[in-house]
Structures are given as C-alpha cells and as structure tokens.
Design a protein around this ligand. Structure first.
Ligand SMILES: NC(=O)c1ccc[n+]([C@@H]2O[C@H](COP(=O)([O-])OP(=O)(O)OC[C@H]3O[C@@H](n4cnc5c(N)ncnc54)[C@H](OP(=O)(O)O)[C@@H]3O)[C@@H](O)[C@H]2O)c1
Length: 248
C-alpha cells in the first residue's frame, strides 16, 4: 500500500499536486529547527511552499531558520512551561504535520556499572518525554489540521531487534519513543491521525559527526518524500529515510 501511496503522490506531483499542498495552506511545525536535520526540514518544506513554524531554544540566534521559516517560536521540549507557552501562542493555529525532531545524544559508551543516571534522565526528558509533551500540547492544533500527521525522529539505534548493545541512554530513549508512537497510533488513529517514527540514516550533523554516511539534504529529501507519501495504512509504523520498514 505504501508503494501505491508514493505512486499517487508522484502522479499528483506531475499535475501540480505540490502547489495544491501550498494552496491548501499545509502547515508544518518542526522542533529543534535551528540546526542539523531540523533546519534542513525547514528549508525543504519552505521550498515546497509549506507554511513552516520552526522552533528553537534560542530564537535570537536562529538566523538560518529565520530566513526560511514563516514563524520562529521559542521551545525547549524538556521544559513544561516553555511547551505550555508555545501552545498558548499557537492557540487556534491549525497544524497539519508535527515533526518531533529535537533530540540529544550524549556519547557515553559505558557498561552497566558506569551508567550515569543524570544523563539517562536528561536524555529521556528531551528525546522521549519531550515529544510526548509537545504532541499533547499541540493536539488541538493537529486536530484542526487536515493531514493529522505526527512524525517523530527516532533512530535505528532504538530498534530492540537490531540492537548490538551499547549506548544505554540514547537507545532506550528512542525505543520508548517508538512505544509512544504506537500508543498514539492506537489512540489517535480512529480520529484520522497517522503517527510514524522515522530514522534519518547516519547523517553528518553535530550529532552524527563528520564521518556519517549521508548529508542532511539527501536524508531529509528522502524523509519528506516518505512523509508526503504516508497514508492511513502507515499509522504506527517505523521507516527509514528511504521508506524501508525498520524492525522494532
Ligand atoms: N544525525 C544522525 O545521524 C541521526 C541519526 C538517527 C536519529 N537522529 C535524530 O534526528 C534528530 C535530529 O538530529 P540532528 O542530527 O539534527 O541533531 P543535532 O544536529 O544535534 O540538532 C539537535 C537539535 O535539537 C535541538 N534540541 C536539543 N535539545 C533540545 C531541547 N531540550 N529542546 C528543544 N530543542 C532541543 C537542538 O537545539 P540547540 O541548538 O538549542 O541545542 C538542535 O536544534 C534527533 O532526534 C536525533 O536523535 C539523528
């Protein structure tokens, strides 16, 4: 069914469907959009004519984002007050697509006896509870949107089936995010929502480092294609940036 979805998008694209998205006033909100994959999402969605709301912890220094986004909003996903304030400022604004992108990966390759619980809690606060808070706070906005898409940036490192150990905090934070995605898909699916977790590949950002396999442009072009091709059958699924399913 996914192939069918992609085919339909391709055919629509040939007949001006991309413009239809813009005409439709499709609005995408991207968290952590001041750099890395979030900024690339903002740039590519803006180039396609979407209305882009990009969030940053420090909007004053988010110069590149300010050049492409229709709105730049302050948001620290781990700060309940910041999330509530964003929801207040966006009251009544319909959002078609939420991209839960903000994340951290504190590289601490430790064994069980060395686990740092402060770092574990911080990683969960940002990577797992952050998307939960943001999704809950913006649910009225998403309900008012046409597409009702919730896309959360997971990682193949969150796949339990593919795990070869290491990286306690990051792996577990993304596995738990995957579970939230599943719960949302069951809870919100009947209301017309499609909720997916995606893996961008290993990408050259501050997080991925300079030796990563893919550039942000290639990764996000793939992800945007996957997102635009999503249909109801995809609700609850886990895809990489090339649209391949990832085992849980
Ligand atoms: N790069 C990869 O290879 C890779 C692979 C798999 C998954 N991912 C996932 O893809 C997403 C984006 O990764 P990236 O490579 O673009 O990372 P990045 O370059 O390190 O950028 C992370 C973004 O998240 C923001 N952020 C961090 N903590 C935040 C908080 N508490 N509240 C709000 N924003 C916060 C950062 O804002 P500041 O500038 O304020 O810190 C920044 O905008 C993450 O969820 C990551 O786990 C990346």
């Amino acid at each position: 069914m996914r192939k069918l979805g992609i085919m339909i998008v391709t055919v629509i694209g040939l007949t001006g469907g991309d413009l239809a998205w813009a005409d439709d006033g499709a609005t995408v909100l991207i968290t952590g959009a001041n750099r890395g994959l979030g900024l690339e999402y903002a740039q590519q969605f803006a180039a396609k004519g979407y209305t882009v709301i990009g969030t940053a912890r420090s909007p004053a220094t988010a110069e590149a984002l300010s050049k492409v986004a229709d709105r730049v909003e302050q948001l620290d996903v781990a700060d309940a007050e910041s999330v509530a304030a964003l929801a207040g400022r966006l009251d009544g604004v319909a959002i078609d697509i939420l991209i839960n992108n903000a994340g951290i990966f504190k590289r601490q390759d430790v064994t069980l006896d060395q686990v740092d619980f402060d770092m574990m809690e911080r990683t969960f606060a940002v990577n797992t509870l952050g998307p939960l808070r943001v999704t809950r706070a913006l649910l009225p906005n998403l309900r008012a949107g046409h597409r009702k898409l919730i896309v959360s940036m997971s990682s193949q490192l969150g796949s339990i089936e593919n795990s070869n150990g290491r990286w306690y905090a990051y792996r577990a934070s993304k596995s738990a995010l995957n579970q939230f995605n599943k719960i949302w898909s069951v809870e919100l699916g009947p209301d017309g929502f499609t909720c997916v977790v995606v893996h961008p590949g290993w990408v050259r950002t501050d997080m991925g480092g300079p030796n990563a396999t893919y550039g942000t442009e290639e990764s996000v072009a793939g992800l945007v294609g996957v997102i635009e091709g999503l249909s109801k059958e995809d609700n609850g699924r886990f895809y990489d940036f090339q649209g391949k399913p990832i085992p849980w």
